[in-house]
Ligand binder design. Sequence first.
Ligand code: AQP
Length: 322
Amino acid sequence: TKRVFSAFTASGHLTLGNLLGAMLPAVRLQDEADCVYAVANLHALTVKHDPALLRERTLEMATLMLACGMDRSLVYIQSEVPAHTELSYLLECTAHYGEMRRMIQFKEKSAGNEEVRLSLLTYPALMAADILLHRAHQVPVGEDQRQHVELTRDLALRFNHRYGETFTLPEAVHPPVAARVMDLADPTAKMSKSRGSAGTIYLLDDPADAHRKVMRAVTDSGGEVVHDPANKPGVSNLLTILSACTGRPVESFSYEGYGALKRDVAEAVVETLRPIRERHAELSADPAELSRILTGGAARAAERTAGLMAAARQAIGLPSTA
Ligand code: AQP
């Protein structure tokens, strides 16, 4: 059977971009694959963070992942399975400083920052460890993570070549639409959970807020509604969101003006978020159940990855005394 892995960084509240670009595609893959989805809380330590807030967001993220429908997958918190950091170190010993430094996300997140954490540079090694640990064939992610999955493949190939076949080569899979949802207030920038903007829709936004954010979305000059990302980024982003929320192709929409388009987008977004909010409220009312799911998930993940971890240790030249 096909194995699938993805993770979500607990660096802020989950956004509509995360949902359409990665979470819903990950939910759909459950029908055809063995899926593992983690809350990447260690990845959230790569930039300035607040410990209490991180703990809170980690649980919120796990709850939202289940609320979105990942309850048929193995769901757990990354830091609860130490093999992630152990394998990450072996991959740091496989990766080159130059290739890490060239990663777009590192360049963007380190620019203008006086105190860049070393872990921000090595982030892709930890991400590669997450994926390779589960011997994943496919990694459902948004467009911004494509480069990191390619690096994961490179590291797996290099390791296999040097030390013998150990890792499965993964491939990134992107949704046909909404692989890069843009900020509603600045449609030339990616909607991001950590940057925070008036144009970011969060999964737990109150329906009235979500509606208002869409109605205030920046549109383009000229009143024509056409999908043309290069020249009409604002309108194209709205059409993409509408398509992803309704499951209808972008070409099927026809609007006379921006107002009617925005009203339909706002409604589609609110309807997409409604069941998630409801399920989130139910799950939040039973913290013991959440804790049971996450503890059980971590134990199963540790069990499932022990063999791969032992093979990687053996291949690279570490003794196996266990
Ligand atoms: N705007 C987006 N459109 C489509 N997909 C997106 N993803 C993120 N933003 C968009 C996808 O969501 C998954 C979660 O990735 P992550 O939690 O590791 O965060 P990220 O890729 O670094 O993006 P964020 O959510 O904007 O977080 P910050 O602000 O911390 O960088 C990934 O599959 C990602 O591609």
